[in-house]
Design a protein around this ligand. Structure first.
Ligand code: FCB
Length: 493
């Protein structure tokens, strides 16, 4: 990359950080704070140690229904909260919608062929609930089920393991109209939906991911209102978290009842949480933030309780926790699913409802084009910590990736060397953790291809494959070729 391009891109990145609130940045305060670097162990840019991952390691990539499928009204699909939200003026950058997105609903064969071309052994995708039950309850829509059967069959014939997410944020709008996730009845509807999925698709699926980032969709959907359904009510946010934990418990049992050998978890987006200063107030804030961000949906499953750093009796009461509920939430998730993007520098603040803590980006590493800091050591630290806390049998990295908006050059190459550098760094951290015995068995890059990035519309490109959103033509980026080589050999160099 030449310097001019680098400066241009950096300026664009800065502008994006200053003027457009990215989702997670939107949770942070704009105040520029002093940063105490005494605990920082990593010099950015240091090349990772070469590492040979085992042959059994699963290299994959991920997508989500609303972000790639399009076909928002096809074959009996109902309206989701993201259809409603993206059709509401002022909610999404550039008024972009997922109505067409990558049109993967019709082009799934081409997309799976791309996954094959990249030598992927695993593909994580999600099922759109309103394709299966248009209004969130009642008999299943056969055409919706048939679509996912075709996708699963195509993956199996390509010898790619499907990792199927049951819920990646597209709640049927009808259920939102009945109160959405803060209404605990939604947990019951979800249990029925999960039952339909395992009974109809369970013969084709061995790995389920029940929820994607429950910590993010409850927070941004019901607390800050940045995401669908756009509510701003901290009480509703916390109630939603409890309904989701109940739903997770129900779904896990539904999976085991129908397909005892299948494995299930949820994907939690975790952060390496560090206090901004050594003050007691910032340290306590870090504990509360971490309790929500990393543990809130795992402790109820694995320990049968909410993390004590945040869960006061008063809070549990306001969330509507009833006697017996924690027996419903308690299920032995088979592995941990971790999405990792950032570390969070935490400080005490009157923010984020009961969390009473705010965060800012680390400001020592370079920034991606959406302003997220590149700091691989944080990934290693997080993995080490989580492994110590839960001692899981297995961990899958269910998402990790970066936004850089490189486009094809005149010869049709997409020279996204910053993405290659990003993956080198983060996979180096992963290799280090793996070498030390942390039982990581799979890695899903986010994303297989550029797609609809929620409230940011089409402004952030995370793909290994470039998508021209006017023509929908797909072009494998240089990072895609690099990743294909890694997936074929397991060799990080
Ligand atoms: C994660 C989401 C995923 C995508 C990436 C960039 O939080 O799970 O859908 O938006 O961020």
């Amino acid at each position: 990359m030449n310097r001019r391009k680098f400066l241009g891109v950096s300026a664009a990145g800065c502008a994006a950080t200053l003027f457009s609130k990215t989702r997670l940045n939107a949770l942070t305060s704009a105040v520029k704070q002093e940063f105490q670097p005494d605990y920082l162990p990593f010099a950015p840019g240091v090349p990772p140690e070469p590492y040979q991952f085992p042959v059994s390691f699963l290299w994959g990539a991920a997508t989500a229904a609303y972000q790639v499928e399009g076909a928002w009204k096809a074959d009996g699909k109902g309206e989701s909260i993201w259809d409603r939200f993206s059709h509401t003026v002022g909610k999404i950058k550039g008024a972009a919608t997922g109505d067409v997105a990558n049109d993967s609903y019709h082009r799934y064969r081409e997309d799976i062929a791309l996954a094959k071309q990249l030598n992927l052994a695993s593909y994580r995708f999600s099922i759109s609930w309103p394709r299966i039950q248009a209004t969130g309850s009642g008999p299943a829509n056969q055409r919706g089920l048939d679509y996912y059967k075709r996708v699963l069959d195509e993956l199996h014939s390509a010898n790619i393991r499907p990792l199927v997410t049951m819920y990646h944020w597209d709640l049927p709008q009808t259920l939102e109209d009945k109160g959405g996730w803060p209404n605990r009845d939604t947990a019951g509807y979800f249990a029925d939906y999960a039952d339909v999925l395992v009974k109809s698709l369970g013969d084709r699926v061995n790995a389920w991911c029940i929820f994607n980032e429950p910590n993010i969709f409850t927070w941004l959907g019901y607390g800050t209102g940045i995401h669908a359904p756009g509510r701003t009510d901290w009480d509703a946010f916390m109630k939603a978290t409890h309904a989701v934990s109940l739903a997770q418990g129900h779904a896990f049992r539904a999976i085991k009842a129908a397909t005892p050998k299948a494995e299930a978890t949820s994907a939690i987006t975790m952060a390496d949480c560090i206090p901004r200063t050594n003050s007691e107030a910032d340290k306590a804030a870090t504990g509360r933030y971490e309790a929500f961000r990393n543990y809130w949906f795992l402790d109820p499953a694995l320990k049968g309780e909410y993390p004590r750093a945040l869960a006061s009796d008063q809070l549990l009461q306001s969330m509507g926790v009833r006697a017996g509920d924690m027996e419903i939430t308690k299920v032995p998730l088979d592995y941990l699913g971790i999405n990792y993007y950032q570390r969070s520098v935490c400080f005490a603040a009157d923010a984020n409802g009961p969390i009473q803590a705010d965060t800012q980006e680390g400001d020592q590493g370079p920034k991606t084009e959406n302003g997220w800091e590149v700091w691989p050591e944080g990934f290693y630290n997080l993995l080490t910590k989580i492994n110590g806390v839960y001692k899981p049998k297995a961990i899958e990295i269910t998402e990790n990736g970066c936004a850089y908006n490189d486009v094809p050059d005149e010869k049709g190459y997409v020279p996204d060397d910053r993405r290659i550098a990003f993956f080198r760094g983060y996979l180096g951290a992963l290799g280090k953790a793996h070498k030390e015995g942390i039982p990581i068995r799979a890695y899903s890059a986010w994303s297989l291809m550029d797609n609809y990035e929620w409230a940011e519309g089409y402004s952030q490109r995370f793909g290994l494959v470039f998508v021209d959103f006017r023509t929908l033509k797909r072009t494998v980026k240089e990072s895609g070729k690099w990743y294909a080589q890694l997936a074929a050999t397991g060799k990080l160099s």
